[in-house]
Design a protein around this ligand. Structure first.
Ligand SMILES: [Zn+2]
Ligand SMILES: [Zn+2]
Length: 153
């Protein structure tokens, strides 16, 4: 098993971090942090990490991850969609700050993220089927800063 193999680890500590080459991110911020329903699930996806590093390079400022992998119990507890990419594979909700909505949106597309959910204070990103959705009270903020409705693109 090499670090380039995509795989779910039921316990993040069982993942061998030797050879890790995504310097701005780590397993602990991407694993499930419920500390209740699972033992710290981690979904390792080199493709996802490559895209995230590329996005970090373009933005040239920290990308703060609010939520990464979620086990089914945690996902249910936070009201996530049952087939959420947080649970199926890996997805992230990142803080808007210290970026602008526009720079985040443009960098995410440039880096190959295909699923985007628009929140008031966060942006959801995944590499599943191409889709767009919004969270309550958020879309007007995105429309205003982007100059168009990202749900229609
Ligand atoms: Zn969990
Ligand atoms: Zn999300």
């Amino acid at each position: 098993m090499t670090i380039e193999t995509e795989k779910l680890y039921k316990r993040a500590f069982e993942f061998d971090r030797k050879g890790w080459h995504w310097p701005h991110f780590n397993v602990d911020e991407l694993k499930c942090d419920c500390e209740h329903f699972c033992e710290g699930e981690y979904y390792h996806s080199p493709k996802f990490l490559d895209a995230l590093e590329k996005m970090r390079r373009i933005l040239d400022a920290p990308i703060i991850i609010n939520s990464g992998r979620r086990c089914a119990g945690h996902n249910h507890a936070v009201g996530g969609a049952p087939l959420s990419m947080h649970t199926k594979m890996i997805a992230i909700d990142i803080k808007i700050q210290p970026h602008s909505r526009k720079s985040l949106y443009e960098a995410a597309i440039q880096c190959g993220f295909t699923g985007m959910g628009f929140g008031v204070n966060f942006l959801h990103l995944d590499m599943g089927r191409r889709r767009r959705w919004d969270y309550p009270h958020a879309i007007e903020l995105w429309k205003k800063e982007l100059g168009f409705n990202p749900l229609l693109r």
